[in-house]
Design a protein around this ligand. Sequence first.
Ligand SMILES: [Zn+2]
Ligand SMILES: [Zn+2]
Length: 148
Amino acid sequence: MSEMHLKDALDTLKTTGVRITPQRHAILEYLIESMNHPTADEIYKSLEGKFPNMSVATVYNNLRVFREAGLVKELTYGDTASRFDFVTNDHYHMICQCCGKIVDFHYPGLNEVEQFASHVTGFQVNSHRLEVYGTCPDCVDNVDRKAN
Ligand SMILES: [Zn+2]
Ligand SMILES: [Zn+2]
């Protein structure tokens, strides 16, 4: 499954004329396999062993190339570091306000919300973004443990 995505992603890069360097290949692979919406820094840390000459700035530049090719989404949250998400099908984010973890979930019903919003406002809808905030099970456990 994840190999399919990687191959598709590489094909997309080829058609947009982006050169596929070993670093780009590794960053894409990491994004697809990690599924944890990493920051550029996290990607850098996990790949620096493989690419000693790579810098965080290189990782950023490559992520920007991927974003422009429509392969990744940049998730921005105020002042904190952006997180990067490999674009698969539409999905939404549950975000832990305690540790910052982001978990994907699917909810096809939001297409109806788009139609409804368009109907009541007369707007033409381009996209939407849904984020749900809470406390993840790990953080709930930690709080419980501290309380006891
Ligand atoms: Zn948490
Ligand atoms: Zn996601």
